[in-house]
Design a protein around this ligand. Structure first.
Ligand code: 13P
Length: 285
């Protein structure tokens, strides 16, 4: 199947009352694990990469490998730039063949965030690429490839969200509601009252929940009933891979790299499947 835009995936998810899982991607094993898990469970899926991940893999390499595997699958797949830090990075991702980009101006004053996001939307839409915008600063519970932000969790202002969506023309909105990237130090407290107000004001565009690692399943599902249609998972996959690798590295070394990486990759397949089931996208492809 061809690569599709996030807008296409998310509008369908919102209508169908599930969310599309978006997994951060670092290397070949990730790409294979995510696509195998989604394909076996007949789930739509998004492979996303933040700037550091794009730089590590190479943008053309990442998109080329995903496209070549997806050509033989019968599930819809998105390729998305996570937390694009600038207009230039968004344009570069479009050049690589990403079908969706996020521009993250959430640390900027609102007017500047609106102006920059609007410019990204204009260029992206001209290329048939859809855009995710951010408002309200999604916190940083631990170091992660999205780039360190302040150790704070910002709660979005629903009135600002309404203005942001109207003036920028974005296709989906990531709003901070108490979520954070990385391992939560205590049980995350999502502000569902804020989410409900945002959903009421933004004219039905799909909402995105970042920092999916560690949010309890019942909270993920509650957020889905309230308009969240894309949920990002990063740390949980890295943790699954690294923990298994650490166990295997302690075992006898026979210098077989593929044998060493396979159990770690299998852990990621299992983890991706668990999270696909949590967001109820299995069987929706
Ligand atoms: P986690 O690493 O907390 O799952 O968050 C990933 C994310 O939101 C990427 O944007």
């Amino acid at each position: 199947m061809p690569i599709v835009t996030n807008k296409e995936l998310l509008v369908k998810a919102k209508a169908g009352h599930y969310a599309v899982p978006a997994f951060n991607t670092n290397n070949l094993e990730y790409i294979q694990a995510i696509l195998q898990a989604a394909s076996e469970l007949h789930s739509p899926v998004i492979l996303e990469a933040a700037k550091s991940e794009v730089d590590y893999m190479g943008g053309h390499t990442f998109v080329g490998i995903v496209r070549s595997i997806v050509a033989d699958l019968s599930i819809p797949v998105g390729i998305h730039l996570d937390h694009g830090p600038s207009y230039d990075e968004a344009i570069r991702a479009i050049h690589y063949g990403f079908k969706s980009v996020m521009y993250d101006g959430s640390l900027l004053p609102l007017d500047e965030n609106i102006a920059n996001t609007k410019a990204v939307v204009k260029a992206a839409h001209a290329c048939g690429v859809t855009v995710e915008g951010e408002i309200g600063v999604i916190g940083q519970a631990a170091n992660s490839p999205e780039g360190a932000k302040h150790d704070m969790i910002g709660i979005a202002d629903p009135v600002q969200c309404e203005r942001f969506v109207k003036e920028t023309g974005i296709d989906c909105l990531a709003a901070g509601i108490g979520n954070a990237h990385g391992i939560y130090k205590k049980k995350p407290e999502l502000h569902f009252d804020v989410l409900a107000d945002i959903e009421k004001r933004v004219g039905g565009i799909p909402l995105v929940l970042h920092g999916g690692t560690g949010i309890p399943e019942e909270d993920l599902r509650k957020a889905i009933t309230m308009g969240v249609s894309k949920i990002n998972f990063g740390t949980v996959m890295r943790k699954a891979f690294i923990e298994q690798l650490a166990i295997d590295i302690k075992g006898p070394m026979d210098w077989e790299l593929m044998a060493l990486l396979t159990p770690a990759k299998n852990k990621m397949i299992e983890t991706a499947k668990n999270h696909i089931r949590m967001v109820m996208s299995n069987g929706k492809a």
